[in-house]
Write a protein that binds this ligand. Structure first.
Ligand SMILES: NC(=O)c1ccc[n+]([C@@H]2O[C@H](COP(=O)([O-])OP(=O)(O)OC[C@H]3O[C@@H](n4cnc5c(N)ncnc54)[C@H](O)[C@@H]3O)[C@@H](O)[C@H]2O)c1
Length: 259
């Protein structure tokens, strides 16, 4: 295991890189945090909770316990000052910011006729405002550093397709998808790539505890996805292997949106 997390290895895809991952304590974000750390990155987990929603284990403990580099900063992505603090903490400890994954998000399943203003504001604040200002801060620091960077936003198949009972979520993820394109155009000249990942149903607390989505979609590949399959896509977008990929919408959905 130590070998796995050995950051000095020449073959690591994120050797000497630093990454901020919002919502990095649970589910998809947790798998991304662990994979990035195993590929040599120093990881700052910015989440409202330190322990995973699914099993109450701290991802930072998992990573550091295996010889990797990770820190946790309690962060509510709806608060600009919390986000600023997380970025500042990453700079204080890691001296630079190479990768930002704006992953924190929430789901609401409700008919549009029943959605309240409070619910709408709650979801949009986390899913859209949180991502928007995550991109803004990433851009601010990456431009200043003059080292380029990779920004990855967590959208969804619901950012490209309509789902009944998910109007707020679809609205928010559509915004994330097109924010990604606009930011990619604006930040490309600075060597900053901005891409999004659009997963189908992935088994996490969101799709088991919040709403039972497991096995509900007819997916060509015949099953739901797992968090490691999304993390692999994030690693590709974070690493130099995707050096000419910018403004892309990377579906990780077993072919669902292709039907
Ligand atoms: N699970 C899926 O099927 C699926 C599919 C498509 C897209 N997504 C997207 O992937 C992302 C991660 O989803 P998941 O399934 O891992 O969810 P999850 O609920 O398992 O984990 C989400 C994490 O975000 C954190 N979070 C929530 N609100 C926050 C806030 N205000 N500030 C900071 N952190 C906050 C939670 O504490 C949690 O650790 C979300 O953006 C979600 O919309 C998930």
């Amino acid at each position: 295991m130590k070998e796995f997390y050995d950051r000095s290895s020449q073959n690591k895809k994120l050797k000497d890189k630093t990454a901020i991952i919002t919502g990095g304590s649970s589910g998809i974000g947790r798998s991304i945090s662990k994979l990035f750390a195993s590929e040599g990155a120093s990881v700052l987990v910015a989440d409202i909770r330190e322990k995973a929603r699914e099993d109450n284990i701290s991802v930072v403990d998992e990573i550091t316990g295996s010889g990797g580099s990770a820190r946790y900063v309690q962060t509510d992505v709806t608060s600009l000052s919390d986000l600023e603090d997380a970025f500042q903490e990453a700079l204080n400890y890691y001296k630079k910011i190479d990768i930002v994954v704006n992953n924190a998000g929430v789901l609401l399943m409700k008919p549009i006729t029943e959605v309240t203003e409070e619910e709408y504001n709650w979801l949009m604040d986390i899913n859209v405002k949180g991502v928007y200002f995550g991109v803004k801060l990433a851009a601010k620091y990456m431009i200043k550093q003059k080292t380029g960077g990779s920004i990855i936003n967590m959208s969804s198949v619901a950012g490209l397709l309509g789902f009944s009972g998910a109007t707020t979520y679809c609205t928010s993820k559509g915004a994330v998808t097109n924010l990604t394109r606009a930011a990619a155009v604006e930040l490309g000249p600075h060597g900053i790539r901005v891409n999004c990942i659009n997963p189908g149903v992935i088994k996490t607390a969101m799709t088991t505890k919040d709403v039972n989505m497991v096995g509900k979609l007819e997916v060509p590949i015949g099953r739901d996805g797992n968090t490691n399959e999304v993390a692999s896509a994030a690693l590709f977008l974070a690493s130099d292997q995707s050096s000419y990929v910018n403004g892309h919408t990377l579906l990780v959905d077993g072919g669902y949106a292709a039907q």
